[in-house]
Design a protein. Structure first.
Length: 92
C-alpha cells in the first residue's frame, strides 16, 4: 500500500509541476514531470523525517530541496546528456 501511495503522490506532484510550467511558460519537458514528482515526495517527507522542525524552517528546507533538484536535473540533462531541456543563456 505504501508504494501505491508514494506513486500516486509522485504522479500528483509531477502533474502540478508540469501544469504550473504550462500555465506560466506555455510549455514543459517530460523530465520535469519526474523532477516535480520527486520534489513533491521529498517535501512531503520533511515532517516525517524531522517531526519537530518549525514550519518556517521546513519551508526554507523545502525551497533548498527544490533548488537542489533543479540544479541536479539541469546538470544531468543539459550538461551530461546534452539534451538542452532549457537554456537561459540569452537572459541577463
Amino acid at each position: 500500500m505504501r508504494v501505491w501511495k508514494q506513486s500516486v503522490l509522485g504522479y500528483i506532484g509531477g502533474m502540478v509541476y508540469v501544469g504550473m510550467e504550462l500555465l506560466w511558460r506555455g510549455w514543459s519537458h517530460g523530465s520535469m514531470f519526474v523532477v516535480g514528482g520527486i520534489c513533491f515526495l521529498l517535501i512531503g517527507s520533511i515532517e516525517t523525517v524531522f517531526p519537530n522542525m518549525p514550519l518556517v524552517i521546513q519551508s526554507i528546507f523545502g525551497g533548498f530541496l527544490v533548488t537542489t533538484m533543479e540544479l541536479l536535473s539541469g546538470l544531468f540533462l543539459n550538461v551530461l546528456l546534452d539534451m538542452h531541456v532549457w537554456d537561459y543563456s540569452s537572459l541577463p
